[in-house]
Write a protein that binds this ligand. Sequence first.
Ligand SMILES: [Fe+2]
Ligand SMILES: [Fe+2]
Length: 196
Amino acid sequence: MANHETDDAMIQRADAFARARLSDKRYGHTQRVAETAERLASLHGLDTYRTRLAALLHDAARETGAEEFLRISEEWDMPVGQPERESPMLLHGPVAAELARRDLGVEDEEVLKAIRVHTTGAPDMGPVALAVFVADAIEPGRNYPSVARLRDLAEEDLREVAAEALRRAIAHNEERSRETHPASQEALRWLEDSGY
Ligand SMILES: [Fe+2]
Ligand SMILES: [Fe+2]
């Protein structure tokens, strides 16, 4: 990658940005996602710098309130769908991506997309988005029945684990008669169309 001094400086700024905006608990999660995502990136031959940067910023807006999400989205002309109106917390990825762009000067679209779509997944997720999506689901602090299986799969193939995580999330929603976000359904269709 280009300039390592600059890369290091950006990583430090992103880390400080997340630290300043998050409780100890969520900052701890952020650090574990960053470690996990970077490890997955190096295991699968992806760009470790861009992956770590996106992971450090993915939840930077996670502690913003519902009203504030809607206000910011309007102020910044961001699209707000029906699911987001009902659960404004779904906007924490898109708002964090916009903060990264505005406050930290992140212009790398793949990094911004990884931050934007980390909650729901999306079709055409690139390698950085896949690594962050998967790391968010399997970081060492996560503890749910299928996490061990997802951790094993993550060693092999990030698309496979993303597909499996989405199938499980959709099944979980169906058991509770909850709707699945359209972006998650589209993400799974995209992966299944490629044979996952
Ligand atoms: Fe999140
Ligand atoms: Fe997260």
